[in-house]
Design a protein around this ligand. Structure first.
Ligand SMILES: Cc1cc2nc3c(=O)[nH]c(=O)nc-3n(C[C@H](O)[C@H](O)[C@H](O)COP(=O)(O)OP(=O)(O)OC[C@H]3O[C@@H](n4cnc5c(N)ncnc54)[C@H](O)[C@@H]3O)c2cc1C
Length: 591
């Protein structure tokens, strides 16, 4: 075990915090009258962005510090370019990690986990899937854990409605919001009526997938929270078929705030290097230490550790909120995902001429997208259909999802964006295990802010539960292969391309799982939990236990990885955090 020897309140994102918080004597707290801001939020992503905007709108002065800058280009705005965004050097915040602990049958050290830095954090490079299903129990479990009904699914659904600006349903739908800041949409299937894109092969595949399970009309409705069957995904895409994310929300609130309502400032390309603590009743966060222009150690363009960082400090009147993402603290949980790919006899017509490049002269598809007012492949989110199932009848809830894409996608491996762009005759099924048992570690390797982290995901290493998770994924892969065996689809299949060969036995599938499992919802490294839980870093109000004035609000705050997908639900908890902080601040005096 890596983390128990660390004090709870040092289980945070910055290696140097460990040094700061274990000092025997903290300085006296400075006069709050000299603080530069009411709040500092470190990290402008799914966790930090919504609450920073809300605090500013409520009249507070807020500084958002982020290690990246404001990147607006074809990669971050055109939905189908998400794979390019993941490999965009301007954004990349690349971590390397080991999939398993030492001694694994298929050692996979030095694997790649892409994150984005910049205004919007990873929400400007993710796959735009807007899915809050299967989180009803997750929220109700948190409510039960803290005996706090504000965490109940019923109450948390209010936050979904508050943030959503639904563009595809009737406004009378009681489960959705129509006036929030997050635009949600479905793929523009009307594009497929264009004779240029006529594609009987794709129609056969799409209709067969859609009827492979009971039809689910709206995966994000209350009644379908734990539904089994087949659904169309929805995406965070706006009315012009561009990406919608908290990036735009931050930009809008910052622009409006200069006219007097609260104050939202951004300090970009800036590394937060330490949370500053002083000697209050408990240790008290009074600000952050920052280094402008210092790239993160894990970032793609990192040139090496700087011996001495030129730092300065920013003080707060009320609180520091850490929203720096999952990988800066020492415990890890994840979804497990495994791809199975087939090549087809014909290319998808919709992909003709598409090279997914930024220059329309080199990409006729981009040229057409611009000229046709966004009426082609590039307006599409990548997944065709999602099929939710139980890996065995004994499961109380669906535990496996198969999501299908008409693309070649092995998982997040370097160069995957070129494969997506260049191979036009593929069909991928990704088996995703919900509520996986995988528990990994994030280990500090030193106390310099630019020291790399040692990360092990440790897939399936949780004893019996790990074996059950492998079996569940194996069953889902068999279901996927069965669906592709349906004559409507098999008539179009050239070959199974990934994995190739093999005898299809359980052992063969398990080897494929171990060799290619990936996961892109790493989470829960600063989990909320009860006082007596030695792993609980946060209480139910996101406060770091043992420290005043310090909260963590991002994907690391979850006690367990939620539902099937994580971004919209992390937006929801960020909005909840804003309510909690505003209420607490009204009660409190500045320190
Ligand atoms: C390739 C990929 C595709 C995905 N697709 C989907 C999807 O389709 N749907 C879905 O629901 N989820 C998806 N996810 C998951 C989702 O995008 C993330 O889990 C979510 O954005 C995490 O939010 P966060 O606030 O915790 O962190 P982030 O959004 O990553 O934000 C953290 C921010 O903190 C900043 N930061 C970090 N350290 C410091 C520091 N020391 N100083 C200053 N700033 C710092 C970073 O620059 C970054 O901007 C995907 C993930 C990956 C990897």
């Amino acid at each position: 075990m890596i983390f128990p020897q660390l004090l709870r309140f040092t289980l945070l994102f910055l290696p140097s915090l460990l040094a700061a918080t274990t000092k025997p004597k903290l300085p006296a707290c400075p006069d709050a009258a000299h603080a530069e801001y009411d709040f500092v939020v470190v990290g402008a992503g799914a966790g930090g962005g919504p609450l920073a905007a809300r605090l500013a709108e409520n009249g507070f002065s807020v500084l958002v510090v982020d290690a990246g800058h404001d990147v607006v280009n074809v990669n971050t705005t055109i939905p189908f370019y998400f794979s390019r965004a993941v490999e965009d050097p301007q954004l990349e915040l690349n971590y390397t990690y080991n999939e398993f602990s030492p001694g694994a049958k298929f050692p996979r050290d030095g694997a790649w986990y892409p994150r984005a830095r910049g205004l919007g954090g990873s929400t400007i490079h993710n796959a735009l899937i807007n899915n809050i299903a299967l989180t009803g129990h997750d929220f109700d479990n948190i409510a039960a854990m803290f005996n706090d009904s504000t965490w109940s699914n019923e109450n948390m659904r209010q936050y979904f409605k508050k943030i959503e600006h639904n563009l595809y349903l009737n406004q009378s739908d009681p489960d959705h919001g129509f006036h929030g800041w997050l635009k949600t949409n479905v793929n523009p299937t009307s594009v497929l009526a264009n004779p240029m894109f006529a594609d009987p092969q794709l129609i056969d595949i799409a209709t067969t997938l859609a009827t492979s399970g009971a039809p689910i009309d709206d995966l994000n409705s209350v009644v379908n929270d734990a539904a089994i069957g087949a659904a169309n995904p929805s995406y965070t895409i706006d009315e012009s078929h561009n990406r919608s994310s908290v990036h735009d929300r931050l930009v809008d609130v910052e622009a409006a705030s200069s006219s007097g309502k609260g104050k939202l400032d951004f300090m970009l390309d800036t590394l937060a290097t330490k949370v500053l603590l002083c000697d209050g009743e408990k240790p008290k966060a009074y600000g952050v230490e920052i280094a402008r222009g210092a790239a993160l150690a894990v970032a793609g363009n990192f040139k090496g550790k700087e011996k001495i960082l030129k730092t300065e400090s920013v003080r707060v009147r009320y609180e520091v909120i850490v929203s720096a993402g999952v990988f800066q603290s020492p415990q890890l949980v994840n979804h497990d995902e495994v791809a199975n790919i087939w090549t087809l006899k014909q290319n998808h017509s919709l992909f003709a001429g598409c090279t997914v490049l930024s220059d329309p002269k080199q990409d006729p598809c981009l040229e057409y997208w611009i000229e046709s007012d966004h009426q082609n492949l590039y307006s599409f989110g990548a997944a065709l259909t999602m099929i939710m199932l139980k890996s065995s009848p004994a499961q109380p809830q669906p535990d496996m999802m198969l999501y299908w894409a008409p693309a070649f996608f092995r998982g997040f491996v370097p160069g995957f964006a070129d494969e997506v762009a260049e191979i036009h005759n593929a069909l991928t099924a990704i088996a995703l295990k919900a509520h996986a048992s995988t528990r990994g570690v994030v280990q500090l390797t030193g106390n310099h802010p630019q020291d790399p982290l040692h990360i092990e995901k440790r897939h399936f290493e949780a004893g019996v539960s790990g074996k059950q998770d492998i079996a569940a994924i194996r069953e889902a892969i068999k279901v996927a292969r069965g669906i592709v065996g349906h004559p409507n689809i098999s008539q179009h299949v050239e070959m199974q391309a990934f994995p190739q060969g093999g005898d299809g036995s359980d052992e063969d599938i398990d080897d494929h799982i171990m060799q290619h499992v990936f996961g892109h919802h790493a989470c829960c490294t600063n989990p909320m939990g009860q006082e007596e839980d030695p792993h609980a870093v946060l209480d139910g109000d996101f406060q770091v236990r043992g420290v005043d004035g310090l909260r963590v609000v991002d994907i690391s705050s979850w006690p367990n990885v939620p539902g099937w997908f994580v971004t919209t639900t992390t937006y929801m908890i960020s909005e909840k955090a804003a309510d909690v902080i505003i209420a607490a601040t009204k009660r409190a005096k500045p320190y």
